[in-house]
Structures are given as C-alpha cells and as structure tokens.
Design a protein around this ligand. Structure first.
Ligand code: G1P
Ligand code: ZN
Length: 542
C-alpha cells in the first residue's frame, strides 16, 4: 500500500472554469501545485469518491501524459477504486462521454484545450464531466472554483508512473488503473447509429472523401472507422497521427486553419466530401467539392434528413441550438412539428434537454454538432451522419444543401472574431452595447425589434444564466449578436454573429460577406469596434 501524502497548498487566483473547463498556458499548469489544486478541488466538489470509477484521457497535446500521471496518483490518494485511462493517454472528448455513460462511471476528467494550439508555449486544459457524460453544469463548476479559492491541502500517493501504453490493468496503491482501447467503444456506438453497409457500398461505388484529423486526437478514430471499417480509400485520413504540438498547426476545423483540406476539396478533380475535426474531436467542418457548409446549415440539413439514419429512424424529439447559432434548424423543427430550443453558448446547456428527452439533435455555430448518443458535441459522429445521408441520397453535398435552402429559405450567416483584443476595451465595448436602447430605431434601413442581453432559464432544472450575449434583433428577423469568448487564454476575443433570412433562391448563391455587408457595417458602427479596439477588420471570419 502506497503512502498517501497530504500536501499543504495555497489557492491560485483564477482557477475558474470557462465555457469548457479550465484553460491556461502549459507553463501555468506546470507550476508546482497548480494542477493538483484544481484536481483536488474537483474531487472535493463532486461528492464522495470512495470506491468509485473515474475515466481519464486527453487529446494528446503536450503535458497530457504528465498531467495524467498526477491525476492517477491523486485519484488513488482520494479513494477512487478504479480509473479507466485511454491507451497512450488518448481519449477524444466524445469518446470520453461515451465511455463514462457505457460503464456508468463517476464521471471523468478530460485533458484538452480543444482547438487551441498545443506545445510547451501553448495551451492546456482540464474539465470534469459528470456521470451523465456531459460537462459539469455551472453549479458544479462554481463549487469547484469556490473550493479552489479556499484550498489548503491536496492528497497524492508516492508511486511509480503507470505505463499508459500497455493495455490492461495495473495497480496503483489500492486503486486499479485500466488502460483501455480508446477507439473500440466509440466505434461500436457509431456502428449502432449509422448505416455502415450503405456507406461502405457508397465508397465501393466511387464516393471519395478526405478527412483532416489535423494531427490531433481523431486520427486513430478516423483511420479505424473510415478506412478500416467503412473501406474508404487508404489516404482518406490526412494528418492522422496525433502529435503533441499538432504539427505546429492550430487544430481548429474552419476555413482558415484547415487550409490543407480546403485546398484538397477545391477544383474539378477534388473528392466529393471533405471533413475535419479539432484537437479533442468534438468539432467538425463539412465541405463538398468547392462547397462549404456552415455549421448552422449542417445541423439543419442533418435534422431534415435524420430518419435516413438507423439510429434516428423513429424521428427527432426536438432540436436545440445555441443562441448565436442561426435559426436554420428552427425552420426544420417547425416543419417537423417538434420543439426548437435556444440555449446559451456552451454544450453544457444541452445536457438537461437531452437527459429529459426534449431534444435529440443539438448544435452550435462554432462547428459543434451532436445528439443524445453522448453528452458532448461529436465531430466524427457528424461526419458519419453526413456520409449516411450522402450514401442514401446519392447526391452531392452542394445539391443537398441548395435543395434544403430552396425548401426552407436560407439563413445567411457569418461570424466575425476579433481575437486578442485588450480585455478592458472589450469589457467597455460590451458595457456600451448593454447600455443601448434601440427598440424602434432604424439602423441603416433596418428597424430594431428589440435588443437585450440574452438570459436563459433552463426549462428542466430552472437554473438561470444571465449575460449570455447582446442581441440586436431587427423586424425582418435579421440579427446581430455580440459576445466575448469564454475559452481564450490571452486577452479577449469579441465574437460578432450576423444573420439574415433570405427566402429568394435566386439570391442564395451570393457570398455571405456580400449578402450581409449592410448588417456587418451596422454591427461595427454600433459597437464602435474600430474606435474601441483599434481593429478595422476581424482576425477570423467563418
Ligand atoms: C467557443 C464556442 C462555443 C463552444 C466552446 C467550446 O466558446 O463559441 O460555441 O461551445 O468554444 O468548444 P467561446 O470561446 O465563444 O466562449
Ligand atoms: Zn473541441
């Protein structure tokens, strides 16, 4: 029996989980006691852990293995009976959710900073997911934060490191550490939801695709599922080996960062279908040949075609989207006669709706799509659902999306990010917007129906979340939304979301930046972006 050490410590300021866990630079996490304080705060905030099982894994980024060894030793010292760790410390975020649910564990700890770059000078992150498989709700993250600000000691055992590469069970003090295959359970779940025979037949008949794993966690998952089980051509998976620094790239599946994939999908000889996922495997970007599908449209199209997939053949209970996501999915919900839910940004708000059976599909404009199969967004799931739809409909991505717009109208949409701006200027900009009374005013030809700071009351548990983003909604349902990112680690990021509904199919071909030009100008003027931040243009447009 290994000796349990009780180590005296003092709080670190700022151990407050953001939109998706605690994210800081590696150097911050690597300081003595920093990770330990946070992990002890988690263990102290989730109830009695004695005799329980915990899942642990991460996206493979720099510091992943070091952090896992610390967490294992602390879990043993705190009384857990068993920890299940993905082999090599690898576990995608949706796979973690899948395993937590399947084996009914006492939740899990996921090590990831998602789409943020990795490496010694880059980002690291940690979050706790509850036994239902989803991110901890605010009541728990607040308790963890409060604990971290009052912490005086943590518990850890003195023991050798566990071999994370060898499958099987090892002993760590009184605790069992089970190193398991991080792909198997997840792949089995995917096989239960989608028509693998139809997809296999489509690949055999010549469907060509590229999947960009961006040197992040989905490489092993995509290789196994797409190439081995579904028979996609060898080489379908690009950048399939997880690297601690993601090959120096930014593992964010958007048009800017997944440039290799975008290039591969451009031009006459390009494949039919392209997709990418992010650092921890929960995001997705969907492309056709010379065609980009916005995440909001992707959710709407998948919802409209869901019954083509065996796992959703009985229909959907409802569709949930985050507030800044376009209203395209709402139009599908209306047609299907099912509820459409509008939640604050962050996947944690979907959990109660999914648990209560009020929604089946959910999504965010930030390249997140998912369903009630797990309690996280799921990149490869979205890719497989698209493949299932493509295989069943036998049409191109562009044909499917343009037909969707013709039927429902198009919610023309774009997001403009201003990254790394001064925090104080960002706060003042938001305060300025919050103070505006615009109802009835005409801005550049658009009349304001109302403006507010979005607040949400969870329809299941009644919890209230305020200050979730400034909305300026016009009489024709066009919208501008402003909010500050809750996931960054340096300065502030202002996100501006712009949307306009276009019923006329003749105008659906327009570039959104052109179709939205007036609203983009209104947004910049209203927020006084240039005067307040010194920025004339956004850093990233999606
Ligand atoms: C961003 C996205 C949000 C997503 C989160 C975690 O959060 O906007 O939709 O849930 O990452 O992936 P933000 O930085 O905007 O707070
Ligand atoms: Zn992610």
């Amino acid at each position: 029996m290994a000796a349990v050490k009780t180590v005296a410590t003092t709080p670190f300021a700022g151990q407050k989980p953001g939109t998706s866990g605690l994210r800081k630079k590696v150097a911050v996490f690597a300081q003595p006691h920093y990770l330990e304080n946070f992990v002890q705060s988690v263990f102290d905030s989730i109830g009695d852990v004695t005799g329980k099982t915990l899942v642990v894994g991460g996206d493979g980024r720099y510091h992943n293995r070091t952090a896992i060894q610390t967490i294992l030793k602390m879990a043993a010292a705190n009384g857990f009976a068993r920890v299940m760790v993905g082999q090599g410390g690898i576990l995608s975020t949706p796979a973690a959710s899948c395993v937590i649910r399947k084996y009914r564990t006492f939740g899990g700890i996921i090590l990831s900073a998602s789409h943020n770059p990795g490496g010694p000078a880059e980002d690291f992150g940690i979050k706790y997911n509850i036994p239902a498989g989803g991110p901890a709700p605010e009541a728990i993250t607040e308790a963890i934060y409060a604990r971290s600000q009052a912490i005086t000691l943590y518990r850890i055992i003195e023991a050798d490191n566990v071999d994370l590469d060898r499958l099987g069970t090892a002993q760590l003090g009184d605790m069992a550490v089970e190193v398991f295959d991080p792909v198997a359970d997840y792949a089995a779940l995917m096989e239960s939801l989608f028509d693998f025979d139809a997809i296999r037949a489509a690949f055999k008949a010549g469907l060509r695709m590229k999947f960009d794993a961006m040197h992040a966690v989905t490489g092993p998952y995509a290789l196994e599922i797409l190439e081995r089980r579904l028979g996609a051509a060898p080489g379908t998976v690009m950048h399939g080996v997880p690297l601690e620094d993601f090959g120096g790239g930014h593992p964010d599946p958007n048009l800017v960062h997944a440039h290799d994939l975008v290039a591969a999908l451009t031009g006459a000889g390009a494949p039919d279908f392209g997709a990418a996922s992010d650092g921890d495997g929960d995001r997705n970007m969907i492309l056709g040949r010379d065609f980009y599908v916005t995440p909001s449209d992707s959710l709407a199209v998948l919802a409209a075609n869901a019954t083509l997939c065996p796992g959703y053949a009985k229909g959907l209970k409802g569709i949930a989207r985050s507030m800044p996501t376009s209203a395209a999915p709402d139009r599908v919900a209306a047609k299907l006669g099912i509820p459409a839910w509008e939640t604050p940004t962050g996947w944690k708000f979907f959990g109660t709706l999914l648990d209560a059976g009020l929604a089946t599909l959910c999504g965010e404009e930030s390249f997140g799509t998912g369903s009630d199969h797990v309690r996280e967004k799921d990149g490869l799931w979205a890719v497989l659902m698209w493949l299932n739809v493509l295989a069943k409909r036998g049409q191109s991505v562009a044909a499917i999306v343009t037909a969707h717009w013709a039927e429902y109208g198009r919610n023309v949409y774009s997001r403009h990010d201003y990254e790394g701006i001064d925090t104080k200027a960002a706060d003042q900009l938001m305060a300025h917007l919050r103070g505006l009374d615009l109802k009835g005013k005409s801005l550049g030809g658009y009349t304001v129906a109302f403006n507010d700071d979005f607040a949400y009351t969870d329809p299941v548990d009644g919890s209230v979340s305020t200050k979730q983003g400034i909305r300026v909604v016009f009489e024709d349902d066009s919208r501008i939304v402003f909010r500050l990112s809750g996931t960054g680690t340096e300065g502030a990021t202002l996100r501006v979301y712009i949307e306009r509904y276009e019923p006329d199919p003749a105008k659906h071909v327009l570039d959104p930046q052109v179709a939205l030009a007036d609203l983009i100008r209104i947004a910049r003027d209203l927020a006084e972006i240039e005067a307040r931040t010194g920025r004339t243009e956004p850093t990233v447009i999606t």
